[in-house]
Ligand binder design. Structure first.
Ligand code: GLA
Length: 756
């Protein structure tokens, strides 16, 4: 009876929003943030500290967890006022301070006027409300309707320095996710300087986890790499001024036995594109601390009385059902509540980009010839890449001068875009607005507009320098130049590139105590330009790019719904890159094109269909001169485009499953399934053709067990069999294995039939 009554109370408390809520238990001083797949409990603990009480599978909201915290005191631990019961060293904390008895890695550090860095905040009050507020100047998830999410702000204050720390949480009804960020405000009357302000901290009560990061370099971005984290510090970071191809700002902390299909895991996507750090610290008491945010290295943010600083947001996802489930949650959340675009949840246009066909060596006739052939194939959008502006004939000149090179394009971008439109194609344009070449009118006029350390030589990257986007006048100038081009032409798409990392990060003629702001102000400048262009031209589809995937992050996704995934367009390499990318980002974000064979980057040959089978799992397009391929291949291209037009919604927005990893298997596989589970497409890829190979079956996921599927219009097999026994890759209909060579892909289209 008691049990039944309790259930009723909980059901009543849940009220509207049904499966989600934030409950404050006044008596226990506990906040229970929950939805149908997770519970996150925090409390106002001893000394007014905010403690982490539970994070994991849903638990009852009506229990007392405070006493469960590890509060005990041990030799060499320090505690306030000789309170023998409480030491921070053993407690699990939400946003640990520096210098007050917690010896772990702190979440923030504040330098006070008197030189002290010691601080300690205590709970003041909180607010719970429906919906979610934007974070000024920063990318962040948002609600379409208030009912989608509940938010909590816990306002704390360091009574000595006056620093107010507001911990912000949002829980979503439809995703197993919580979003967090932190606001830091100077409510005192003296200057403060933030020397560290991370976005979030999560303390776990055990260290039985492994860490999964997504690493690489140019041309081989986002390979999954697992690391042991059971002792000491494990971290990844970027100090390149952008999130980087080296370590993506997305990390999974998972139970050691968790894999794509089962097990518990926590995902952390930083919604930010600049320098960052993600770190765990496993201490010798068995506590695991995770924190993430702007890299504190050379970060200093002065706060005058009354001023406030907002950290970027972290999307924290949780699963108890394996990493495919975790990824699908991220995909849905990003598609519905992070992407803002006329193309949000819409099929993406099939494009043809001239870069690998011509590089900068083109004129109008050459471009029109390529575009015409694209139109004949069924392409919808033509994109003119680098080389159309200033004196841009090679890497050495032109960046910064965003006016057309009339030697190449006598009728300008407006004339060319009109001609492309007349062919029945939309027109898109490449820009790289954050950079400048020494040989440019802009640099000659404004040498002080580049980031450069006094009296030191400048490091170049691709012969270019980085414009100082921390200065509003620089951003204004670029905006005006771009506005003039875009507003006078017919432009439906922009590829925004960024081809070098930041070095000598120093803002010329800016006060010495403001230099620590430069990296963050730089990326805020980039965001502000994106925002202005988005607002001025809301119909434009933006694609972000950074020498391929060197700024492929959730921050960029807020402004540009797709991102060039990698400059490596080799089909085999793309299997790995796109597979790794899928852990943290939706297929709709992945810029993927079919390019020439042998491939420009790897010199590897693959069939035209093999290349397309991989590129379908993305925005899809071509990056070659279709005039140069064989008649037979051109016919295939026409078929591919027809096929993609039929299935692109499924590829881009279906439920995506990793089935077999290319990093561990000779044959790898992935699939997408429609929401109604009536249609699915499975793609396999084989690295080496090994003679006389054994039985090969791949177990499918996400199908309806009770309906019969045809596979490429043959067979009649129930979903339960395909999921439990697998699809046979070597039956008599599919004995492709022996006739294939290396690097071959195959696709299986599954269609559900009415149940017999
Ligand atoms: C970068 C991009 C490429 C292409 C070139 C143009 O490398 O990643 O796709 O746009 O720049 O210079």
């Amino acid at each position: 009876m008691f049990y039944i009554i309790n259930i009723m109370i909980i059901a009543k408390k849940k009220g509207k929003g049904e499966n989600m809520g934030i409950i404050f238990n006044e008596q226990e001083k506990q906040f229970h943030i929950f939805n149908k797949s997770l519970s996150y409990v925090i409390g106002i603990c001893q000394d007014g500290d905010i403690g982490q009480l539970y994070f994991g599978k849903p638990i009852r909201t009506d229990q007392k967890l405070q006493d469960y915290q590890s509060y005990g005191i041990r030799p060499l631990c320090c505690n306030e006022k000789d309170d023998e019961k409480y030491t921070k060293e053993l407690a699990l904390l939400e946003y640990p301070s520096f210098g007050d008895g917690d010896f772990g890695s702190s979440a923030y550090e504040v330098l006070q006027d008197n030189g002290s860095r010691v601080s300690k905040f205590t709970y003041q009050f909180h607010r719970i409300y429906k919906g979610k507020k934007p974070i000024p100047g920063l990318p962040a998830t948002y609600t379409n309707e208030d009912e989608e999410a509940d938010s909590l702000e816990i306002v704390c204050r360091d009574l000595i320095s006056g620093l107010e720390v507001t911990l912000c949480y949002t829980v979503w009804e439809n995703y197993s996710a919580i979003c967090r960020h932190t606001k830091l405000k100077n409510t005192g009357d003296k200057k403060l300087k933030l020397e560290q302000a991370l976005s979030c901290n999560v303390d776990f009560p055990d260290t039985n986890f492994t860490w999964l990061q997504f690493e690489g370099a140019w041309g081989r971005e986002r390979s999954p790499k697992e690391r042991d984290i059971s002792s000491g510090i494990t971290a990844i970071e970027s100090l390149r001024g952008h999130s980087s191809a080296n370590y993506n700002p997305f990390v999974i902390i998972k139970r050691k036995n968790a894999d794509d299909f089962q097990g518990e895991a926590f995902g952390f996507n930083l919604v930010y594109s600049g320098n960052y750090i993600a770190k765990t610290q496993a201490d010798t008491f068995g506590k695991l601390r995770f924190n993430m945010g702007i890299n504190p290295k050379w970060f200093q943010w002065p706060l005058e009385p009354g001023e406030e600083f907002n950290t970027p947001e972290v999307i924290i996802t949780y699963t108890s059902n394996g990493l495919n489930d975790l990824s699908q949650n991220i995909h849905r959340l990003m598609n519905n509540n992070l992407v803002r675009s006329a193309y949000k949840n819409k099929p993406r246009p099939i494009l043809l980009n001239n870069w690998e066909a011509t590089e900068m060596d083109f004129d109008e006739e050459k471009i029109l010839k390529i575009a015409r052939k694209g139109k004949e194939a069924g392409v919808e959008l033509f994109v003119l890449d680098d080389g159309w502006f200033g004196k841009r004939n090679d890497d050495f000149a032109g960046l910064g001068d965003w006016y057309v090179n009339t030697d190449k394009l006598p009728d300008g971008i407006s004339g060319l875009s009109k001609k492309i439109n007349e062919l029945g194609l939309k027109f898109g344009l490449w820009i790289e607005p954050e950079m400048v070449n020494e040989d440019s009118d802009m640099y000659r006029q404004h040498p002080d507009w580049v980031l450069a350390a006094p009296y030191r030589p400048r490091t170049l990257g691709r012969h270019q320098m980085v414009l100082d986007y921390s200065k509003p006048e620089v951003v204004d100038n670029i905006y005006d130049q771009l506005y003039a081009v875009i507003s006078t032409a017919s432009i439906d798409y922009i590829k925004w590139d960024m081809n070098r990392s930041i070095t000598e990060c120093y803002s010329q003629d800016v006060a010495r105590d403001k230099q620590g702001m430069t990296y963050h102000k730089y990326i805020m400048g980039v965001y502000s330009l994106y925002e202005r262009l988005r607002k001025a031209f809301p119909h434009i589809l933006f694609e972000s790019c950074a020498s391929g995937g060197a700024r492929f992050d959730a921050g960029m996704l807020y402004y540009a719904p797709q991102a060039w995934c990698s400059d490596d367009t080799d089909g085999h390499e793309r299997v790995k890159i796109q597979y790794g990318t899928s852990y943290g980002y939706p297929v709709s974000m992945v810029g993927s094109h079919v390019s020439a064979s042998p491939n420009l980057q790897t010199h590897r040959a693959m069939t035209i269909d093999g290349r397309a089978n991989v590129a379908y799992y993305g925005t899809f397009g071509y990056e070659l001169d279709l005039n140069e391929i064989s008649e037979e291949d051109f016919e295939s291209v026409k078929e591919q485009i027809k096929f993609m037009k039929e299935y692109r919604e499924l590829f881009q927005y279906g439920n995506y499953y990793r089935l077999q990893s290319p990093f561990e298997n000779n044959i790898s596989a992935w699939m997408v399934v429609s929401d109604d589970r009536q249609t699915a497409i499975v793609t396999t890829h084989k690295t080496e053709n090994i003679p006389n190979w054994g039985i090969e079956r791949i177990k499918l996921q996400g199908l309806n067990p009770d309906i019969v599927y045809t596979i490429n219009d043959k067979d009649d097999i129930y979903g339960d069999y395909l999921m439990n026994a697998g699809i046979s890759l070597m039956n008599k209909e599919r004995h492709w294995y022996e006739s294939d060579g290396d690097y071959t892909t195959h696709m299986y289209i599954l269609k559900g039939k009415v149940t017999k």
